[in-house]
Design a protein around this ligand. Structure first.
Ligand SMILES: NC(=O)c1ccc[n+]([C@@H]2O[C@H](COP(=O)([O-])OP(=O)(O)OC[C@H]3O[C@@H](n4cnc5c(N)ncnc54)[C@H](O)[C@@H]3O)[C@@H](O)[C@H]2O)c1
Length: 315
């Protein structure tokens, strides 16, 4: 079999939850990987097992500052992703999305690299249509506590498309929906990690609202596979493209599954919904299915079991 050419790849946010899995997979595919991270929410523990790998390099750097490196492809994942973290320093969150995008697009332009943006389903805001397809422009509050993230990511998408139109930079924009798996932060307030941590500690399980709001959950391995496939699409395919699991669960169904799999004695307690929290979020992945031939294959119970095993060791 012919050997694939080794590519030099940059993963920003590579020490984070998704980034660390992506670095792992890209190394396994035989590429050189440069991981850039400022360790705001990521940590060396996530990539410790990669540090001695001869094709892996780690650089502490904040992408709100320019970066000069030679690479063939850039996966731009750097950005705090959970409300607790992105609302901690909202100005820095917007800077990371916007200045970070400008710096990484500038780099892609200089070295003629392909560049993929980890965008988000949050660009759809609190949507009026379900499921959300890529043609939907969204319903986002520009002045609320979540705006630093939602609008930051929307502006990053704008920049990607302007660099594509104006400078012919080869871009790929992935709109990522809720993803879970090992190496999620235990205290980031995201629903899957929250429930698992509370269940394993025997604490009350906090459900916001009445628990009938729905979410779809994509296992990290499925997501990473889609990002790599997206990067490999022809130059004329830019996205945006939804990547997520269309199977919807109510928050209460998720709670029950976590309680069953952990065997916890925890009780469920209900709390008011936070501001701008969407009632329903479900990706339409028809484009991913037709363009990438991709759809998620990991069942919720299977993904939750792996994630629970991770938290049992990590806690
Ligand atoms: N996990 C999800 O469900 C999800 C959903 C939609 C979009 N995304 C996007 O995917 C990307 C990765 O998310 P994640 O869940 O792995 O989050 P994460 O917080 O675990 O990872 C983000 C990484 O970026 C780093 N970082 C933050 N600001 C930086 C900066 N200015 N310079 C350099 N590094 C910086 C952090 O230290 C961390 O390692 C984010 O861009 C996020 O918006 C994630």
């Amino acid at each position: 079999m012919a050997k694939l050419p080794v590519k030099k790849l940059l993963v920003t946010g590579g020490a984070g939850f998704l980034g660390s899995h992506l670095c792992e997979r890209l190394l396994a595919a035989g590429h050189d990987v440069l991981c850039v991270d400022n360790f705001f929410t990521g940590g060396k523990a996530n990539i410790e097992h990669l540090l001695k790998h001869p094709r892996f390099e780690l650089m502490r750097h904040d992408i709100t500052f320019p970066l000069y490196v030679e690479v063939d492809e850039i996966y731009n994942l750097a950005c705090p992703a959970s409300p607790v973290h992105y609302q901690f320093d909202p100005v820095q969150t917007t800077k990371t999305s916007v200045h970070g995008a400008i710096n990484m697009l500038g780099l892609a332009k200089r070295v003629k690299a392909r560049i993929l943006q980890a965008s988000t389903s949050e660009v759809y805001g609190d949507p009026e249509i379900h499921p959300q397809s890529e043609g939907y422009w969204g319903r986002v509050n520009p002045v609320g506590p979540r705006s630093c993230y939602d609008e930051g990511k929307r502006c990053a998408e704008t920049l990607f498309f302007d660099y594509w139109r104006q400078h012919s930079v080869r871009i790929k924009v992935a709109r990522i929906f809720n993803t879970y798996g090992p190496r999620m932060h235990p205290n980031d307030g995201r629903v899957v990690s929250n429930f698992i941590v509370q269940a394993l500690r025997g604490e009350d399980i906090t459900v916001y609202g009445d628990g009938r709001q729905t979410r779809s959950f994509c296992y990290v391995d499925d997501l990473v596979e889609a990002l790599i496939q997206l990067m490999d699409t022809a130059d004329d395919f830019t996205g945006p493209i939804n990547i997520g699991n269309p199977r919807e669960f109510t928050i209460l169904e998720l709670t029950e599954e976590v309680m069953r799999l952990t065997g916890t004695n925890s009780k469920i307690v209900f709390r008011p919904l936070p501001a701008d929290d969407p009632r329903q979020r479900q990706p339409d992945i028809a484009l991913a299915e037709s363009m990438l031939g991709w759809r998620p294959t990991t069942e919720l119970a299977q993904g939750l079991e792996r994630t629970i095993r991770y938290f049992q060791q990590a806690l």
